[in-house]
Design a protein around this ligand. Sequence first.
Ligand SMILES: Cc1cc2nc3c(=O)[nH]c(=O)nc-3n(C[C@H](O)[C@H](O)[C@H](O)COP(=O)(O)OP(=O)(O)OC[C@H]3O[C@@H](n4cnc5c(N)ncnc54)[C@H](O)[C@@H]3O)c2cc1C
Ligand SMILES: NC(=O)c1ccc[n+]([C@@H]2O[C@H](COP(=O)([O-])OP(=O)(O)OC[C@H]3O[C@@H](n4cnc5c(N)ncnc54)[C@H](O)[C@@H]3O)[C@@H](O)[C@H]2O)c1
Length: 450
Amino acid sequence: MSRTFDFIVIGAGSGGVAAARRAASHGARVAIIEQARVGGTCVLRGCVPKKLLMYASRHGAALAEASDFGWQWPAAPEFSMSHWARAKATETARLEQLYRQLLADSGVELVPGRARLEAGGEIVVGQQHLQGPHILLATGASADHSLIPGAEQAAGSDEVLDLQRLPGRLTILGGGYIAVEFASILAGLGCAASMRYRGDLPLRGFDPDIRRRIATSLQQQGIALHAGALPQQVTRRADGWQLHVGTGSETTDYLMVALGRRPNTAGLGLERVGLELTAGGAVPVDAQLQTAVRGLYAVGDITHRKDLTPVAVAEGRWLADRLFAASERPPPSLQHVPTAVFSLTPAASVGLAEGECPPGTAVYESDFRPMRLAFGTSRERCYLKLLASPVDRKVLGIHMHGNDAPEIIQSLAMAVTAGLSKDDFDRTMALHPSTAEEFVLMGKPKRYLC
Ligand SMILES: Cc1cc2nc3c(=O)[nH]c(=O)nc-3n(C[C@H](O)[C@H](O)[C@H](O)COP(=O)(O)OP(=O)(O)OC[C@H]3O[C@@H](n4cnc5c(N)ncnc54)[C@H](O)[C@@H]3O)c2cc1C
Ligand SMILES: NC(=O)c1ccc[n+]([C@@H]2O[C@H](COP(=O)([O-])OP(=O)(O)OC[C@H]3O[C@@H](n4cnc5c(N)ncnc54)[C@H](O)[C@@H]3O)[C@@H](O)[C@H]2O)c1
């Protein structure tokens, strides 16, 4: 016997929980199916634990900076990964419990188990059968280790975040968000890190000045960068890994793969309902987040468009409002999504990168030594960039590499979303002394794009 709901959500991660709770708040009868812990990637093995590890690393760097300002310790400080692992487990357990409570308080029924779609749209979870007019796929994505032969058994970010002890030498394959963040964080915790990636610079898709500066600051942290040098094969050894690169080879204690993520669609039964995937294995959706199958929707990483938590959450809520509150609000725009890379010196961006702007775009820049480091010898710089339209001086993009970049760019994302111009920035009073004031004090353009 099938139980009937108004809305059935598969996956209790960022997008699924947001959609389920919002739908229930509109009076819908909602079930959410989860095969593992409640909370999903962001809370349990992504944004949150990653940032907690970033703080561990950042605190170490801050100790060194503090000594330049007069603080002294009797002995050199040491980092304990097992201490961090215990504290992280406690915090993620607290957050999972919070998510469970929020679902219960909203009246959403949590159905534990792995969901499978049957022909006709019925959902099977173990012995249970569920059906309803609206089904949401929100099963996220997982690390893809299939690119390099032999790398299937290597660690991904999930395994690194579960380590009890840090490796001595570590090689990271990839040059995207995860690779850059983990290389910087782990180097800050004392690992001898190296990175191997396909392109000439890390962070494809980011503004070229940010990419160059990130590469420099990773090198200043002591990370060896091997551009255009992914191994063609890797081999597990008793004491670590062997990487076969070109005609040579090298060894490392620990191998981490960060070569992108693949949507979690295996075993979902999508073929039974006639749903075809993209070449990259994602579920295609239209602007209304509707798949090609009537009544079947998808949000978040399973659609593999902008794999960021706020996007999954905004899409989940928007869909629930449309389906159960007759909202006619347009879907969340993916045009001005702010984003950050949480390396020890972080980078953040909103809007267009230089290569996406039209000819004549004015490029404003500021590059300085942060006051925080005035007494030390660190070579860290702070870089700010603003791109303004040649037509109406509208701000097209803002990019920053420097401490507090994620916090500053989040605020400036409002200015870009609102369509403010360089003149609006010019008439904004500065807050002194701050890093962010440089964004309203940029005098003349450094150059114009050809
Ligand atoms: C290391 C790392 C760091 C990140 N850092 C950031 C960051 O700083 N900022 C940011 O915005 N984004 C970050 N992200 C991306 C972010 O975590 C994802 O974009 C976000 O979690 C996607 O949410 P989702 O709802 O689509 O999927 P998820 O949160 O992954 O949830 C999917 C859920 O579905 C469940 N599931 C899968 N298959 C089934 C099934 N058949 N039946 C039942 N349940 C199923 C899974 O167990 C999971 O709980 C990071 C990702 C990683 C890996
Ligand atoms: N701070 C954040 O917001 C944050 C942090 C981590 C992850 N994320 C999200 O999770 C997603 C996944 O992170 P990621 O680092 O795994 O992915 P990514 O897309 O950022 O990076 C993947 C890396 O693998 C490389 N790659 C992909 N296909 C390749 C191929 N065929 N050959 C050689 N190299 C190849 C890419 O060039 C890139 O260097 C990100 O895109 C992002 O949306 C966000």
